[in-house]
Design a protein around this ligand. Structure first.
Ligand code: KIV
Ligand code: ZN
Length: 521
C-alpha cells in the first residue's frame, strides 16, 4: 500500500492538470443551516447563479424532505441547463423513487443515495449489522441505477468508519452501479492527514475504484473542511463537495470559494484545475448571503469585505510599489469590481438591466419592470444607487414574488427617551386592511413585533436581529435581518428600506409569510 500523500503534489512539466469536479450543495446541505431556508424563487435564482459560476454538479435538494423541497428540485431540474442536477435520497425505495420523480426531466440527472456506515451510527442510529448495511446499500444503489445512469453513493460518517468496512461498502456500491463514491466527514472530526489516508486507502485497496470518481464532503466543525478537502484531492479525490460561503449544518461545509481559489492560486504546486469562473465568486457569495440572511464575516477569505483591504502603512507602501508584495490574488479575479458603478434618478431601464445582469441577476421583463419601479422610488429618496442597492431591490422582488399573505399597508411609530413607544399599523391581506394600535414594548421594534402579532396572531420569538446598511452613506438603505422561532422551528425574515423601522416591519412580515407558506405546503 502506498503512503498517503501529505506533501504538495509536484506537477510534472508535461502532465495536463486534472479537472476537479465541483459539486455544490448550497441548496441542500447549505439550506440546512438554521433559519437559512429559501423560497422557490430564491432557490431558482441561486441555482442559475451556480450554473453561471460553472459548478459541475449542483445538489438541488432532498425531494422527500417536504413538498417544497420536491417542487424546488423539480423546477431546477426542468429549467437549469449546464450542470448535473442532483437530488438526495436515503437508502430506501420511497426516497429514491421520489428523488427520481423530481429529477427525471433534468438534462443530466444524478441520484445521491446515502447510508451511515460508522460503528456509532450502526449501533445507535440504525441498529443494523455490517452485513445488513452492505445489503441495504447495494439494494438502494441498484434501484437508483435502474432509474438513472449517474449514481452517487455516500457512506455517511465515512471519516469515522473502520477502513476495512469502508472499503467493503465502497466496493459493493460501485459493483451495484455507483459512479461516484462520496466520503463524508459528517461531523467534521477528521484531520487533513487522516482524510488523505482514508482516500489513499480506498485508492489502494478497493479493486474496482477506477470505475468511480472519489468525492469528499467535509464539514467544518474544527475549521478544517478546506484543508481536509485539499488533502483528499491530493490523495486521489476527483470531486469536492462544498457550499458558497461555506454555509451548512452547524459550522458549515467546505467553502467553495476557498477550495477553488486554493487550487487556482497555488497551481504552482497543485496539478489540478476546476471549471469555476472565479470572477463570479463575489456576486454569488453576495447573492447567497442576501437570500439566506447569513452574513459573511468581514475577514472571510476570498469574499469577505476586508479580504483585500490593506490597513497597515507598510503594506500600503509595498502595494503601491509592487502589488504582489502583499497580494496573492487580484480582487478582480474573484469578482470584486474595481468601481462600484453608480446609477441615479436619470438612469434608465436599460442601464439598470445591464447592472443587474453584471451582478448575476437574471430577470424576466416583468421582474425587471417591477425592480425598475422600485428603483425609481428609491432614486427619488437617495441620489446615488450602488450595486448593494440593486441587489437589495432584486432580492426584495424575489422574496415578494412568492405568495404574500400579509403586506405592509401603512405604519406610524412614536418613540423617545421619555415616552412610551406607540405603533399604529395597517396590514393588507387578500385586499382587506387590518389595523392595530400598540402602546407596549420596551422600544419601537418590540412594539412593532407586538402590533404584527396582534393582527396576524403569529407569536414569534426573536432569536437574532440585525440592521446594517446595504451600501455607503448616511442615506443608505437599511437591511433588517431577523431570525425568529415559531413552534420550535427557525425562520428568517429580511426587509429593506431607507427607514429602518419600515425595514424591520418588512422583515417581520417576511418571516410571518414564510411561516404561512410552510403551513400551507
Ligand atoms: O454530511 C453528510 O454526511 C451528508 C451526506 C448526506 C452526504 O451531508
Ligand atoms: Zn453534509
Amino acid at each position: 500500500m502506498t503512503e498517503p500523500n501529505t506533501e504538495s503534489a509536484a506537477p510534472t512539466a508535461a502532465a495536463a492538470p486534472k479537472t476537479i469536479r465541483i459539486f455544490d450543495t448550497t441548496l441542500r446541505d447549505g439550506e440546512q443551516s438554521p433559519g437559512a431556508s429559501m423560497n422557490l424563487a430564491e432557490k431558482l435564482e441561486v441555482a442559475q447563479a451556480l450554473a453561471d459560476l460553472g459548478v459541475d454538479i449542483m445538489e438541488a435538494g432532498f425531494p422527500i424532505a417536504s413538498p417544497g423541497d420536491f417542487e424546488a428540485v423539480r423546477e431546477i431540474a426542468t429549467t437549469i441547463r449546464g450542470p448535473v442536477i442532483c437530488g438526495l435520497a436515503r437508502c430506501n425505495d420511497k426516497d429514491i423513487n421520489r428523488a427520481w420523480e423530481a429529477l427525471r426531466d433534468a438534462e443530466t440527472p444524478r441520484i445521491h443515495v446515502f447510508l451511515a456506515t460508522s460503528a456509532i451510527h450502526r449501533k445507535f442510529k440504525l441498529n443494523m449489522t455490517e452485513d445488513e448495511i452492505v445489503n441495504r446499500a447495494v439494494e438502494g444503489v441498484k434501484l437508483a441505477k435502474s432509474l438513472c445512469d449517474d449514481i452517487e453513493f455516500s457512506p455517511e460518517d465515512a471519516a469515522r468508519t473502520e477502513h476495512d468496512f469502508l472499503c467493503r461498502v465502497v466496493e459493493e456500491a460501485i459493483r451495484a452501479g455507483a459512479t461516484t463514491v462520496n466520503i463524508p466527514d459528517t461531523v467534521g472530526y477528521a484531520t487533513p492527514v487522516q482524510m488523505g489516508k482514508t482516500i489513499a486507502t480506498l485508492v489502494n485497496r478497493v479493486p474496482n475504484i477506477d470505475q468511480a470518481v472519489i468525492s469528499v464532503h467535509c464539514h467544518n466543525d474544527l475549521g478544517l473542511a478546506v484543508a481536509n478537502s485539499l488533502f483528499a484531492i491530493e490523495n486521489g479525490a476527483g470531486q469536492v463537495e462544498c457550499t458558497i460561503n461555506g454555509i451548512g449544518e452547524r459550522a458549515g461545509n467546505c467553502s467553495l470559494e476557498e477550495i477553488t481559489m486554493a487550487l487556482h492560486t497555488r497551481s504552482d504546486i497543485y496539478p489540478f484545475r476546476t471549471n469555476i469562473n472565479t470572477r463570479r465568486l463575489v456576486p454569488c457569495s453576495r447573492l447567497v448571503s442576501s437570500v439566506t440572511g447569513l452574513l459573511v464575516q468581514r475577514n472571510k477569505a476570498i469574499v469577505g469585505r476586508n479580504a483585500f483591504a490593506h490597513e497597515a502603512g507598510i503594506h500600503q507602501d509595498g502595494m503601491l510599489k509592487e502589488r504582489t508584495t502583499y497580494e496573492i490574488m487580484r480582487p478582480e479575479d474573484v469578482g470584486f469590481s474595481k468601481t462600484d458603478l453608480v446609477l441615479g434618478k436619470h438612469s434608465g431601464r436599460a442601464a439598470l438591466a445591464d447592472r443587474a445582469k453584471a451582478l448575476g441577476h437574471h430577470l424576466t421583463d416583468e421582474q425587471l419592470q417591477k425592480v425598475f419601479e422600485r428603483f425609481k422610488v428609491l432614486a427619488d429618496k437617495k441620489k446615488e444607487i450602488y450595486d448593494g442597492d440593486i441587489t437589495a431591490l432584486v432580492e426584495q422582488q424575489f422574496q415578494e414574488q412568492q405568495e404574500q399573505r400579509w403586506e405592509l399597508e401603512d405604519f406610524h411609530v412614536t418613540s423617545g427617551k421619555s415616552v412610551q413607544p406607540h405603533v399604529r399599523l395597517q396590514l393588507r391581506r387578500d385586499n382587506e386592511v387590518y389595523s392595530a394600535e400598540v402602546d407596549e414594548g420596551d422600544g419601537p421594534i418590540d412594539a412593532a413585533f407586538w402590533a404584527v402579532e396582534q393582527i396576524t396572531g403569529v407569536k414569534l420569538v426573536c432569536k437574532d436581529y440585525q440592521v446594517r446598511s446595504a451600501t455607503l452613506g448616511r442615506d443608505a438603505q437599511g437591511e433588517a435581518i431577523l431570525e425568529v422561532e415559531y413552534q420550535g422551528r427557525s425562520y428568517r425574515g429580511r426587509g429593506v428600506s431607507t427607514d429602518t423601522v419600515e425595514a424591520t416591519l418588512k422583515a417581520i412580515l417576511s418571516a410571518v409569510n414564510r411561516i404561512a407558506a410552510l403551513e400551507r405546503a
